[in-house]
Design a protein around this ligand. Structure first.
Ligand SMILES: *Cc1c(COP(=O)(O)O)cnc(C)c1O
Ligand code: SF4
Length: 346
């Protein structure tokens, strides 16, 4: 076994072990994990400082998960946008291929809570690859899951080889949270493997500055050294990162480890995650606190993934209005400046 596999084998799957350590009643937590799976790596566990802190909230079960019956298990309609099981084809030119049900840790707010960690989804890889091969419009394939980087190296290499053999697939993206939850997975050998399949992008998933550990930084450094452009997708989470100063430390910290913030997601309306919801108004305030106050490169798009699989829509703080032919624009200091919109004319 490689060290990362040992770390994964040492992952904790009974929250009672952790509850005992922090003097918390474990029974309500175990009721939750009877319905939604639990797993946490020793690395991520070491980041918890106290019950209910931003790390705890992301990984420890919460009884409210069970009482959230207003929301839908699959609000984005992924199942019906799947031409073959496990392949989501929503936009004409790009697809998401769900290659694994497993994650190093089961995030409590996961948008695929209905299926991660339960072995209940079967992706038919052969049919999915055949579909991509006969659909020339598909130029961009994202591997997701679950976590694609939990696949063993040889399976990953095989899958990437088969994708690369399809000439119209211009680029491959991998969405993975292992740089955060299991950084030892990013081995030099994995980086050499991934490097053979450029152009290949990795989007990782940091939600809080405390996740920016030296181990995570080293993992991202190894990927970046392999020439892999790194992006980050964050989910806006109540009590975790719905705060301008936390978000600013996160996005600045990401750039410092060579990861470009890409998206902040308004949390999807997924059943079992309602207690993480933050208003869109709050999200816009967080964005307002970033623009102009830190490097432009640190600023992600704040997006809502529309229900029904209608696509992602970026939202911006309201910072301009028309007065006739003049734009009245509000800058980061709150000053309103007139900008005359001149056209060179004919
Ligand atoms: C987010 C998403 C994509 C990729 O969207 P980008 O905006 O190109 O990053 C593709 N397909 C589905 C189903 C998605 O949810
Ligand atoms: S790593 Fe991603 S897919 Fe896995 S549980 Fe967390 S949010 Fe869900």
């Amino acid at each position: 076994m490689e060290p990362w596999q040992r770390q994964l084998a040492a992952a904790i799957i009974d929250p009672a072990e952790i509850a005992a350590r922090f003097g918390v009643d474990s029974k309500p937590l175990q009721e939750v994990t009877a319905r939604y799976p639990f797993r946490i790596t020793p690395h991520y566990l070491s980041l918890i400082e106290a019950p209910d802190d931003p790390i705890w909230r992301q990984c420890m079960p919460d009884p409210r998960e069970l009482y959230d019956d207003r929301q839908n298990p699959d609000p984005l309609n992924e199942e019906s946008l799947s031409p073959v099981p496990g392949l989501i084809h929503r936009y004409p030119d790009r697809v998401v291929l769900l290659v694994s049900n497993a994650c190093a840790m089961y995030c409590r707010f996961c948008m695929r809570k209905r299926q991660v960690g339960c072995g209940c989804r079967k992706t038919d890889l052969a049919s999915a690859l055949a579909y991509i091969a006969v659909t020339p419009a598909i130029r961009d394939v994202t591997l997701s899951g679950g976590d694609p980087l939990l696949l063993p190296d040889d399976e990953l290499a095989d899958l990437l080889t088969r994708l690369r053999a399809i000439s119209h697939v211009e680029m491959i993206r991998i969405g993975s949270r292992v740089p955060v939850t299991l950084p030892s997975r990013i081995t030099p050998k994995l980086c050499r493997l991934l490097k053979r399949f450029h152009p290949l992008y990795v989007n990782t998933h940091f939600n809080h500055p405390r996740e920016l550990t030296p181990q995570a930084a080293a993992a991202c450094g190894r990927l970046a050294d392999a020439g892999i452009p790194l992006g980050n997708q964050t989910v806006l989470l109540k009590g975790v990162n719905d705060d301008t100063s936390v978000m600013k430390r996160l996005v600045q910290g990401l750039l410092a480890i060579r990861v470009r913030p890409y998206y902040i997601h308004q949390i999807d309306l997924v059943r079992g995650t309602g207690h993480f919801r933050t208003s869109v108004r709050r999200g816009l305030e967080v964005m307002e606190g970033l623009r102009g106050h830190t490097s432009g490169l640190a600023i992600p798009y704040y997006v809502i993934d529309l229900p029904g699989g209608k696509g992602k829509v970026p939202l911006l703080p309201d910072n301009g209005e028309w007065r006739g032919d003049t734009l009245l624009l509000r800058n980061y200091l709150g000053e309103c400046i007139e900008y005359e919109d001149l056209d060179s004319g004919s």
